[in-house]
Design a protein. Structure first.
Length: 277
């Protein structure tokens, strides 16, 4: 069921094939050959990462309108042609069926499996939507000297369902999901300024401070990802998250849908430096 966190997997160990200096293609090829099956936080730091939603064409128009109505959690980077596993605008050598480290398969709104390859599930009517990811703005934060504890510890980012509601479109509706990074107040102010210039990857935070004000009862128990310690003098900083569509999918209950597993992103050939508004 959505809202339960799968059993934690050990953090991926950086190797010459996938680390902060990797290209997007390096990471995609590692996923394609089955060598990388967990989160992509901290990998290919110069490259844009994306959340993934794959839906039948019959639902594609409603989902695109949902994303357009909710640009903070669902900024669309690219949409594929029906039945085409390639998305040339994101990478010349890109196969959406194999190049995400781990997928989630949904039937009637229920999570049924988490495969690493979806070629056997592919259909001619499927459309892929790639949505901006906060892992992309992390590169800008690190470049400005703002530390990110989940990266230094090799963990996935912490993500939470909130009581903030998205704007419904067609069958799609539900709560906003947010990602959280603890920071000093000074770093939080700088991070807000930096990410406000990156609307294609969620832009500025949606909340800073008391998690209860956005419906998070226990900051130590994220709904997705890994918990991260908040040290004395730090504040939690929350950004809209591209896992939000998974909550909308659970609410819409489509017969069939595929997404990325939280934190296991599609790494593209686009450069984060190209995103600044």
């Amino acid at each position: 069921m959505l809202g339960t966190n799968p059993q934690p997997r050990s953090a991926a160990v950086p190797s010459p094939s996938w680390n902060a200096a990797s290209t997007g293609l390096d990471v995609r090829l590692a996923a394609r050959r089955g060598a990388l099956d967990t989160h992509t936080s901290g990998f290919a730091s110069a490259h844009v990462q994306g959340n993934l939603v794959i839906l039948p064409e019959a639902l594609g128009r409603d989902f695109l309108r949902y994303c357009q109505a909710n640009p903070k959690p669902c900024p669309v980077l690219a949409v594929s042609e029906p039945g085409d596993p390639a998305i040339p605008s994101l990478g010349a050598d890109l196969d959406i069926r194999t190049d995400v480290p781990r997928y989630r398969v949904w039937r009637h709104g229920e999570l049924v499996s988490e495969p690493t390859d979806i070629r056997d599930l592919w259909r001619d009517d499927l459309m892929s939507f790639v949505i901006g990811c906060s892992f992309s703005f992390e590169h800008a934060l690190l470049a400005h000297g703002i530390p990110l504890r989940h990266i230094t510890r090799g963990h996935n980012v912490a993500m939470y369902r909130t009581h903030l509601q998205t704007t419904p479109e067609g069958p799609f509706h539900g709560p906003m999901v947010v990602s959280m990074r603890p920071m000093s107040p000074a770093d939080a102010a700088r991070a807000t300024e930096i990410t406000s210039r990156l609307p294609q990857v969620h832009g500025a935070p949606v909340h800073v401070g008391d998690p209860a004000l956005i419906g998070i009862a226990d900051i130590g128990r994220p709904d997705y990802g890994d918990p991260v310690e908040i040290l004395p003098g730090e504040v939690p900083v929350f950004w809209a998250c591209g896992v939000t569509p998974q909550a909308a999918i659970a609410a819409a209950r489509p017969d069939f849908c595929i997404t990325h597993a939280p934190g296991a992103m599609l790494v593209t050939d686009l450069l984060n430096s190209e995103l600044a508004a």
